[in-house]
Design a protein around this ligand. Structure first.
Ligand SMILES: NC(=O)c1ccc[n+]([C@@H]2O[C@H](COP(=O)([O-])OP(=O)(O)OC[C@H]3O[C@@H](n4cnc5c(N)ncnc54)[C@H](O)[C@@H]3O)[C@@H](O)[C@H]2O)c1
Length: 285
């Protein structure tokens, strides 16, 4: 790798962006966490303080580590602050908004900047095609919770050059992750294989064969770490529904992958899971 990464800009201060920014700053990178929504920026800053404090109290990091991590973090809603060697976007799962963001950031950044998208399901090739310097775009798909989950799918497109891929692989390693290369495809590998896990469980609930909790308990008892409803609430029901729709459409609308009305209902009611304190379950804390 011929480019030394010093600064990482994470865009989107929600579930994923906050976690990615945390590990970037803990791993020694100067980290900018940007969100278009000022309220989300404030929440992310408070959340980060609380998380690092908890890690200190559990003796996972020292008080000095906490202070050093915070000193490397900058929280902003001003795009002019987003000057970095690598940009990782974790914003809303809508292709036009992601490409617009990359193009705006290309205007304020140097020409060597690398753009990584944390999209769960959108075509990275389509995103790259619409961005200035498509050879500098690739997927960097983290899993939730980003500070805990080791896997990162590094998604290559026909445009991405070796330097871009090598930089993202190296960055993932420096974040303590296990990067796995995969070609751009609907849902990549993990979200392609995982789709039926959610959709079959949703069908059982729709048909009244089992309620959310029963289905979760049974699947957890067979060895799955989280039942499908608990997992969808963790992911965010808006994100999970967007991924279901995107994979379904990209694969030619096969009946077996049709998104469930239960997913749409949660989104329409803004019952998005843990982040709104209500989803398939209620969350009071
Ligand atoms: N939630 C998961 O489990 C998960 C896992 C892997 C990947 N992803 C992907 O990560 C991305 C983000 O998901 P999330 O769950 O963190 O979403 P989220 O809803 O928790 O957060 C999204 C954030 O993006 C911000 N945002 C929206 N438009 C923006 C813009 N133009 N510029 C800057 N900020 C903007 C919103 O204000 C919000 O704070 C999506 O592409 C999703 O598919 C999610």
């Amino acid at each position: 790798m011929d480019q030394i990464i010093q600064t990482v800009c994470v865009c989107g201060a929600g579930t994923m962006g906050s976690g990615i920014a945390q590990i970037a700053a803990q791993s020694g990178f100067y980290t900018i966490l940007y969100d278009v929504n000022d309220e989300m920026v404030g929440k992310a800053e408070q959340g980060m303080q609380a998380t690092l404090q908890q890690l200190t109290e559990k003796h996972k990091i020292t008080t000095q580590d906490k202070a050093d991590t915070l000193s490397r973090l900058r929280f902003t809603h001003d795009m002019n602050d987003c000057l970095a060697d690598v940009v990782i976007e974790a914003i809303v799962e809508k292709p036009g908004i992601k490409t617009a963001l990359f193009n705006q950031l290309a205007e304020v950044n140097h020409s060597e900047v690398i753009f990584a998208t944390n999209t769960s399901s959108l075509s990275v090739t389509d995103i790259a095609r619409q961005v200035m310097r498509p050879e500098r775009v690739a997927g960097m798909h983290f899993f939730n919770p980003a500070p805990v989950m080791k896997l990162v799918e590094v998604v290559t497109t026909p445009y991405s050059n070796n330097h871009t891929i090598a930089t993202i692989v190296e960055l993932a390693r420096q974040l303590g992750k296990t990067p796995v290369l995969c070609k751009d495809a609907p849902g990549f590998i993990v979200n392609h294989v995982a789709r039926p896990y959610y959709l079959e469980a949703l069908k059982l609930a729709e048909q009244g064969i089992g309620d959310f909790e029963t289905i979760d308990l049974l699947l957890e008892a067979t060895g799955f770490k989280m039942g499908p409803f608990r997992l969808m609430d963790l992911i965010g029901n808006d994100v999970n529904y967007a991924v279901s729709c995107s994979v379904y459409e990209q694969l030619g609308s096969p009946e077996r992958l049709r998104p469930s009305p239960l997913q749409k209902e949660r989104v329409d009611k803004q019952e998005l899971g843990r982040k709104t304190k209500k989803g398939y379950y209620n969350y009071n804390s």
